[in-house]
Design a protein around this ligand. Structure first.
Ligand SMILES: NC(=O)c1ccc[n+]([C@@H]2O[C@H](COP(=O)([O-])OP(=O)(O)OC[C@H]3O[C@@H](n4cnc5c(N)ncnc54)[C@H](O)[C@@H]3O)[C@@H](O)[C@H]2O)c1
Length: 448
């Protein structure tokens, strides 16, 4: 049967341009709450047509709610925090670090059994060398149709250190384009830095952390009881990230660390032995470090702004850390201490303040100097890499302007760099062990 073609021209006529009034109108589009399906994410925006009926502009913003909570005994059956989240969903889909599973798997399973919540668990080896796209793919298989088939509003539970929070967070960001997750950081780094961070990632073929997405957990639970089983070197590593916030943002945190840093290291944040007073101090230190970090990182979701104090100690270290295979915390310690001497040379800091910053690091065995700093070409290369990454041509190197404050250096000439390295070295040779820290080199599978 032959059908006659409809006469479209006759029906529609010539395209109608938007009227002038329509074109100038900005339409605010607020989606109604009765249509909302996510507890954590909202989105709205506006749309404006142009005069020529050939283009229009959309601007949209989205809001997310991310809570961070200190908690004591997360797997204690009497603690209902996790049960409240997962009982109404009828199950808990979880990803756990292999070592953490060996140490805490029984408690974890016992908790969900007690609350009669089915637990679907993926145990993931999460060494630094496992921080690869393949690991992310494996996790996606577990989360996807062939695995647990998580819904886009079902928060996945992630339990482990910074490596796991980075790769599992990235897998969640990819699953259904954005699946929420709840993070329990079991190392100091994951508890106060990597865990609540929006910056999920995996290592690329040449650069660490180069592939990723901005996707923070909707809830971060911080339970320092996990620190009891950490190697002391990993506790020290995490403390470098606390010191960076103390120096650049929180003078009270600085004083607490100055006074109690060594004891907190020795007792793994008051988890070895009974000391109620130190336990309170440990909680305050963790809370302050988290608050300070998330104030800056959590509100700057896409790293659009470069006023990022938490990058202190992280400007030159990404270049020299792998070159000499340093533990990350030690590389940050060297970066912070050198940054303090540079700030002194620039007139931003007094000698007494620089000495306090270096002292807070050495008191817990963090390194503050290394001969690699004398390789000025390598340091300049590090600056070049940072400039490219941080954008708009600036270096944006946070440097202290006192205890608890900082500003951002845009340019550090090779001459200034050289004289600061020299001055720093002259100062550090007067320190015990010439500023070398305890167990400063990687002993396991760091990224080659
Ligand atoms: N996304 C971010 O903003 C951000 C910030 C800082 C660091 N990071 C990343 O975090 C990673 C480092 O994290 P990390 O220091 O937590 O290291 P990690 O995840 O490698 O953990 C260190 C070791 O401790 C083990 N472990 C974890 N919890 C334990 C516990 N309670 N008891 C005993 N052992 C335990 C792990 O299995 C591992 O062997 C790096 O890859 C770094 O790039 C990311």
């Amino acid at each position: 049967m032959v059908q006659s073609k409809p006469n479209l021209g006759a029906q529609t006529g010539a395209p109608q341009a938007f009227s002038a009034a329509e074109a100038q109108q900005v339409i605010q589009f607020n989606h109604l709450s009765k249509y909302r399906t996510s507890e954590w994410y909202t989105g709205h925006g506006e749309i404006q047509a142009s005069n020529d009926s050939r283009s229009f502009e959309v601007s949209a913003s989205y809001t997310l709610k991310a809570e961070v909570r200190l908690i004591n005994g997360v797997f204690d059956p009497n603690n209902t925090t996790l049960a409240e989240v997962y009982s109404r969903r009828g199950r808990c889909v979880a990803i756990v670090d292999q070592t953490v599973e060996q140490l805490y798997g029984k408690e974890l399973r016992g908790y969900f059994e007690h609350h009669e919540i089915p637990l679907q668990l993926e145990v993931c080896r999460a060494w630094e060398s496992d921080k690869t796209p393949e690991t992310v793919h494996n996790l996606l298989r577990f989360l996807g149709k062939d695995g647990c088939d998580v819904s886009r509003n079902e928060p996945v539970l992630v339990i482990g250190g910074g490596v796991l929070s980075d790769v599992a967070g990235l897998a969640c960001s990819l699953q259904h384009r954005r699946t929420p997750y709840i993070m329990i950081g079991t190392t100091v780094v994951a508890a106060i830095d990597a865990g609540p961070s929006p910056r999920t990632c995996t290592n690329g073929s040449q650069f660490k952390n180069s592939i990723g997405a901005y996707h923070p957990p909707v809830l971060t639970l911080v339970d320092r009881n996990f620190f009891r089983t950490l190697e002391t070197g990993h506790v020290r590593n995490g403390m470098a990230e606390i010191i960076k916030m103390a120096v650049t943002d929180d003078p009270i945190l600085f004083e607490l660390m100055e006074k109690h840093g060594a004891r907190l290291l020795e007792t793994h944040f008051a988890t070895l032995g009974e000391d109620a007073e130190l336990a309170e101090i440990a909680d305050e230190v963790i809370y302050r470090a988290l608050f300070s970090y998330m104030k800056h990182e959590g509100t700057n979701m896409f790293e659009t702004y470069q006023d990022r104090p938490h990058a202190y100690g992280h400007t030159w270290s990404p270049r020299f850390e792998p070159a000499v295979k340093l533990m990350h915390g030690h590389a940050v310690g060297i970066g912070m201490a050198f940054g303090a001497t540079l700030a002194l040379e620039m007139g931003w800091l007094t000698t007494a303040e620089r000495d306090r910053i270096v002292g807070i690091c050495t008191a817990i065995g963090l390194s503050v100097d290394h001969p690699i700093l004398k390789n000025i070409d390598l340091m300049l290369e590090g600056q070049k890499n940072m400039r490219r990454k941080r954008g708009k041509g600036g270096l944006w190197a946070p440097l202290p302007t006192g205890i608890g404050s900082c500003d951002y250096a845009q340019e550090v000439s090779s001459g200034l760099l050289e004289s600061a390295v020299d001055a720093h070295h002259q100062f550090c040779i007067t320190l015990p062990n010439a500023g070398q820290g305890t167990d400063m080199y990687l002993s396991d599978l760091g990224l080659e």
